[in-house]
Design a protein around this ligand. Structure first.
Ligand SMILES: *[C@@H]1O[C@H](CO)[C@@H](O)[C@H](O)[C@H]1NC(C)=O
Ligand SMILES: *[C@@H]1O[C@H](CO)[C@@H](O)[C@H](O)[C@H]1NC(C)=O
Ligand SMILES: *[C@@H]1O[C@H](CO)[C@@H](O)[C@H](O)[C@H]1NC(C)=O
Ligand SMILES: *[C@@H]1O[C@H](CO)[C@@H](O)[C@H](O)[C@H]1NC(C)=O
Ligand SMILES: *[C@@H]1O[C@H](CO)[C@@H](O)[C@H](O)[C@H]1NC(C)=O
Ligand SMILES: *[C@@H]1O[C@H](CO)[C@@H](O)[C@H](O)[C@H]1NC(C)=O
Ligand SMILES: *[C@@H]1O[C@H](CO)[C@@H](O)[C@H](O)[C@H]1NC(C)=O
Ligand SMILES: *[C@@H]1O[C@H](CO)[C@@H](O)[C@H](O)[C@H]1NC(C)=O
Ligand SMILES: *[C@@H]1O[C@H](CO)[C@@H](O)[C@H](O)[C@H]1NC(C)=O
Ligand SMILES: *[C@@H]1O[C@H](CO)[C@@H](O)[C@H](O)[C@H]1NC(C)=O
Length: 763
């Protein structure tokens, strides 16, 4: 569409008061199906859940005709003693208006880990109208289901769906229950129970079963699990739909149990390539060639069975080539593949739209040349496919791939891999580049999204990115971070506000292309060859820590502050772990026993302090993760299996540590019973080599670490606390007192320092 017709089009939709959307013809039907009154009630109930005491002061009205500039919009209005009136084009728009009012008029804050809802006695007057930039706000990564949601029950989902709606997400994966549907399909195809059991992974690994990366690991799944996940999925879908969120269901990507060749001996399948060193027992399901006639048969069976159980909103996700390349690069073949996958969808649902993660174009950058991508994408009718540009904040592909050759895409912030913890973010990139991308010539961008592999870290980044939904120009980040700090803790404290400015310019100002994968010395498998890096000056973080500890007495009643106090203390300690790792190595190489001794003692004490600060906050407890896993089980055997799933995912990730450390977590329990023991073993081997002047055989030591520390943790069944212990402020103050000299004066052999009182606590 040229500039003139675009302007004409915009004027026309303004004039006609219809929604102004370039892909209206092909995607116009991807919208809420529930009535305005259902959505109105649902948002009203959301308000009651969030603010039980103030709910009667809010009046919600969902009116699809309330378009502003042809766009989805909300208006929040209150004058004098009246109620707060919120009108929105959809339930999501109304919920976003409610949240906007809480944030920007009441200085309230709602986040994953803690909220601050101390509203003023008299609710402030307001008159604000805001339209959404794009048609879609997408949420979730196909991996989030496994890293963050796997053990959730309805209460967690309910809270999270409220969060989605209030943050404007209207296009969201709904992935529960799909294995139950598959089991029915497999049975119809005459697979035996044993063949099915060999295929399904355990709950903690389903994301990678679904993408064909692996099979069987941590499985099988019981009928109790299937029933549970169907029940959950129905509740989730009902709630999403009632709020005006369009759920995206899975479709057939081509991966099947190996026994497919027993039933159909002539079928054209290829064994998937090995993924991340998983051996043949757990890797490589078969990939049914999309051009084989059976592909449409199975794809259609699955969708029909799923639609029968859950209904549909016509959006389907599937990823056939996630981190695994197609069998051939032939352009005609790639085009045929695209056609087959899409027609397997349309045979079951003529209105189907294919939502695809664009991760393959990043991961297999060299395979997916523009011409191959063009062959795949243009095989699907224009506008019938939506690409999630998955990590736009670091590796955007839309420009390299020419706006996806006309297919619409969504600009997504991925931000987190494996649900690992660590303060990190690219605030200025997110703030600016979303808007630039939207304004590019011929841009096919139709939305913004969040695609973290795991949640529950760096809330500030998700809050900032979510506002891309309506932000028209880049924010003044200084003011934005100031506001964030005030909202989050419910108090104006200039020191703390200033500390957030430092964070904005340091940990949250990453602009490089390095891969951030939660790698810190203390969280990684011990080795002499760790490549530890950071992008900011440690002293900035230490300054922030000083301020948080120093002001903690004023914030004892702020759950979000206490959370952040723990989080920042955690970050300082693990950064300090990196510092002492380097010192340890240097002393070891120089065979300087005295320095090795001192550094190793200091390094070891970091684990104990980390453990004690994490134990004070419920967001950092291994016990919660394990207990929630066990709560999903139907019997004691399953409890054991699920606990194994839970422990393995966050440590070895595979029987032999195939993706070891990838999803590690600095949680109380993991630090003391997993990170520390393996480093203790490693350091005592280093020490032995040093003392006896023998060569250090790292391979041998690593094998011992695996057998004596890493693997036993996954088989262990001891219970961990599910409730916090200790007072975060007192513990943080004690740790601060102990470390503050050393952090600033890292030459611990400085005589002045070594004789100081605090050093005695280390040695
Ligand atoms: C608003 O409330 C105040 C105090 O509650 C009251 O004095 C005043 O009369 C009310 N005004 C209106 C217009 O109802
Ligand atoms: C499955 O088995 C039934 C009964 O033996 C048979 O009628 C049907 O054709 C089989 N289906 C497939 C796909 O092989
Ligand atoms: C749950 O387990 C019990 C025995 O522990 C069994 O009787 C019951 O059938 C199981 N429920 C389901 C749905 O499988
Ligand atoms: C099977 O699929 C491959 C591509 O994966 C293709 O090259 C081959 O020609 C197909 N074989 C048959 C017999 O259709
Ligand atoms: C794969 O590894 C598992 C666990 O380590 C082992 O039990 C299995 O025999 C291995 N399979 C193959 C084919 O090597
Ligand atoms: C935009 O699209 C028009 C029409 O297809 C084309 O002529 C023009 O080269 C494109 N511009 C850019 C920057 O891609
Ligand atoms: C900060 O908050 C104030 C008061 O709510 C608001 O007027 C201002 O626009 C906010 N600034 C940013 C950048 O969010
Ligand atoms: C880090 O900050 C400190 C204090 O401002 C300064 O002395 C030091 O030179 C900085 N280091 C680097 C590498 O910039
Ligand atoms: C700690 O707070 C006090 C008063 O609130 C202030 O005088 C002092 O400078 C602060 N110290 C640090 C290191 O921030
Ligand atoms: C190293 O080994 C010596 C002799 O066994 C022991 O005294 C010392 O405590 C060890 N040091 C460390 C850091 O393990």
């Amino acid at each position: 569409m040229n500039v003139l017709s675009a302007a004409f089009f915009a004027t026309l939709c303004l004039f006609l008061r219809v929604e102004c959307f370039k892909f209206e013809q092909t995607l116009g039907h991807i919208k809420p199906k529930t009535s305005p009154s259902v959505q109105t009630n649902s948002v009203q109930q959301l308000v009651e859940r969030i603010l039980p005491e103030h709910a009667s002061k809010f009046s919600i009205n969902v009116d699809p005709a309330f378009l502003v500039r042809g766009k989805e919009a909300f208006k929040v209005y209150k004058n004098g003693n009246s109620t707060v009136n919120i009108v929105g084009t959809t339930g999501v728009a109304s919920a976003t208006g409610f949240h906007y009012y809480l944030k920007y008029f009441c200085n309230a804050h709602i986040s994953w880990e803690a909220s601050q809802l101390n509203l003023p006695e008299e609710l402030p007057d307001v008159d604000v109208t805001i339209d959404m930039n794009d048609r879609f706000r997408y949420y979730q990564n196909t991996c989030t289901t496994s890293y963050s949601f796997v053990w959730w029950d309805w209460p967690q989902w309910e809270k999270h769906i409220d969060w989605m709606a209030m943050n404007s997400f209207n296009f969201v994966l709904a992935f529960n229950g799909q294995e139950a549907i598959w089991e029915r399909v497999y049975r119809k195809l005459n697979f035996t129970q044993q063949e099915i059991d060999e295929h399904f992974t355990g709950p903690a690994f389903l994301s990678w079963l679904r993408m064909g990366n692996m099979r069987g690991w941590g499985g099988p799944l019981s009928s109790a699990w299937h029933e549970r996940s169907i029940r959950l999925q129905k509740k989730i879908l009902e709630r999403m739909r009632s709020l005006g969120i369009v759920p995206i269901l899975p479709a057939f990507a081509g991966h099947l149990p190996r026994a497919i060749t027993r039933i159909f001996p002539d079928v054209n399948v290829t064994k998937m390539e090995n993924w991340n060193r998983f051996n043949d027992t757990y890797c490589c399901p078969y990939f049914l060639d999309p051009t084989d006639p059976l592909f449409k048969v199975v794809g259609k069976m699955f969708l029909e069975e799923q639609i029968k159980e859950f209904g549909t909103d016509h959006a389907y996700n599937c990823d056939s080539f996630n981190e695994m390349d197609p069998a051939t690069a032939d352009l005609t073949y790639l085009s045929d593949v695209g056609k087959s996958i899409f027609s397997a969808m349309t045979e079951a649902d003529p209105q189907a739209v294919w939502v695809m993660q664009g991760w393959l174009f990043v991961h297999s950058f060299f395979f997916w040349t523009p011409s191959r991508v063009e062959a795949l994408l243009t095989s699907v009718p224009a506008g019938k496919m939506i690409i999630l540009d998955l990590q736009s904040e670091e590796f955007p592909q839309f420009a390299r791939l020419h706006q996806y050759f006309g297919q619409p895409y969504i600009w997504c912030m991925l931000h987190d891999f494996g649900g690992t913890l660590g303060m990190f973010g690219s605030a200025s990139i997110v703030n600016e580049n979303v808007i630039k991308a939207r304004n590019e010539v011929n841009s096919t961008m139709i939305g913004t999204g969040l695609t973290p592999e795991g949640i529950n870290q760096n809330y500030v980044m998700y809050d900032l990115m979510a506002e891309s939904a309506w932000r028209k120009e880049p924010s003044d980040l200084g003011a934005w971070f100031r506001n964030y700090s005030i909202r989050r803790y419910g108090r104006v404290n200039e020191d703390v506000i200033n500390a957030w400015q430092i964070l904005k310019d340091s940990v949250y100002n990453f602009r490089g292309l390095n891969l951030m994968r939660g790698k810190y010395a203390i969280t990684w498998t011990p080795s002499l060859r760790l490549n530890i890096w950071t992008w900011y000056n440690y002293s900035d973080l230490f300054d922030v820590w000083d301020v948080f500890v120093n002001n903690s007495r004023y914030f004892k009643d702020s759950p979000a502050f206490l959370h952040d106090l723990v989080d920042i203390t955690r970050q300082v300690l693990q950064i300090n772990g990196d510092v002492y790792y380097k010192k340890l190595l240097e002393a070891f190489r120089k065979k300087d026993y005295e320095r090795f001794y001192v550094s190793s003692r200091i390094f070891a004490s970091i684990f104990d302090d980390l453990e004690s600060i994490l134990a004070t906050n419920e967001a950092f407890l291994l016990g919660r993760w394990i207990e929630s896993a066990k709560n999903c089980a139907n019997n004691s055997k399953e409890k054991d299996l699920f606990e194994y799933n839970a422990r393995n995912q966050i440590t070895l990730w595979g029987p032999q540590g195939e993706i070891i450390n990838y999803a590690n977590k600095q949680w109380s329990g993991v630090v003391s019973k997993y990170f520390k023991p393996r480093w203790d073993l490693f350091i005592s081997s280093m020490n032995e080599s040093l003392v006896k002047n023998q060569p250090f055989n790292e391979g041998k030591v690593r094998a011992a670490v695996f057998k004596q520390a890493e693997e036993p943790f996954t088989f262990d069944r001891s219970a961990f606390p599910t409730e916090p212990t200790g007072d975060a402020v007192e513990v943080a103050q004690a740790i601060h007192e102990k470390w503050k000299f050393l952090l600033r004066n890292q030459n611990e052999f400085d005589g002045r320092l070594i004789n100081r009182q605090p050093m005695l606590s280390f040695i």
